[in-house]
Structure formats: C-alpha cells, structure tokens
Design a protein. Structure first.
Length: 166
C-alpha cells in the first residue's frame, strides 16, 4: 500500500492509524489461527520454533494495536471497534486458508512485510506533511518508527527461519 501523499488533518491521521490497527489484527489473527486451521498432518509438522515464532508475532501485534489505539485516542477519534476489525479481517482474509500459501511461514512473512511497508509509507506521508496535528507529531513518528522497526525485525526473523529450512 502506497500512501503517496501527505496527511492533511487529524481525521485522516486517525483513519490511517486505524488501518494500522486492522493490519495488526490480521497479523495477530493469522498467527493465532494457523495451527488451528492446518490439517492434522501439517499441524504435526510444525515444530516448537515455528509455534514460538507465531506466538511472539501475535503478542507483538497485540502490543502494536494497543499503542496505535492510544495514538488514536489522543486524536479524539473513535477507534475501530474490535468486532468491526474482525469482520474486516474475515472479509479480506477469511477466505484463504494457510494451505493456500506456500506454507505457514510464507504467509507470516507476507503479513509482516505488508505491515512493515504500511508503517514505512505512513511515516513518510506524515514527514512530508505541513499539517499541525493536535498531538505531538514527533511522538507519533517515534511510536510508528518503533513499530516499523519491530515489523522489520519480524520480517528478518521469518526470512532467517525460512532460509535455514530451505
């Protein structure tokens, strides 16, 4: 997703942060449900290292959602209700099963890369903006940069694990 523009007001910033909440829900939801959705023979193939990676990814995404929700709250905007997030996730991603990908790790890599790229684009759009937001722009950028760095580390962790298994 390329934002390709500046962020023009608090409302737009809040909506973009809410997209981040949805992306984090996707990563968390997919990580939690991979093992449950896999056929029994594929579940047995997942070792402790993969299970740990998925659990850590889910926990990190939950933390990211909370941090984004705090930013949204400071903007005095309504956060996306959890039930609506789940509906959005199911509508977009509920149709695909883990076996539709080249494995659980590849699916996790795609989710992590999507989130990383989103934060990269969002940071760039905010930095290119001349808007005076009602919140501390530096604080927002710092939080987003931390989340982006954690997503980048997640991409690297999944990639390293995939390379070791190739």
């Amino acid at each position: 997703m390329s934002l390709g523009q500046q962020v023009s007001d608090d409302h737009q910033l809040a909506r973009l942060l809410q997209i981040g909440v949805v992306l984090e829900e996707v990563v968390e939801s997919r990580a939690h449900h991979h093992i449950e959705r896999l056929p029994a023979d594929q579940q047995a193939e997942l070792d402790e290292e993969v299970r740990t990676l998925l659990a850590e990814a889910a926990d990190e995404s939950a933390d990211h959602r909370e941090r984004l929700a705090e930013l949204i709250e400071r903007l005095d905007a309504e956060p996306v209700p959890y039930e609506e997030i789940n509906r959005l996730v199911e509508a977009k991603y509920g149709q695909t099963a883990p076996e539709d990908f080249d494995g659980v790790l590849y699916d996790q890599l795609c989710n992590e890369e999507t989130a990383y790229k989103f934060y990269d684009d969002l940071i760039e759009a905010i930095e290119n903006s001349d808007t005076e937001f009602s919140v501390d722009t530096g604080g927002v950028l710092e939080t987003l940069a931390e989340i982006r760095a954690e997503e980048e580390a997640g991409v690297e962790e999944v990639t390293t694990l995939m390379e070791r298994r190739a």
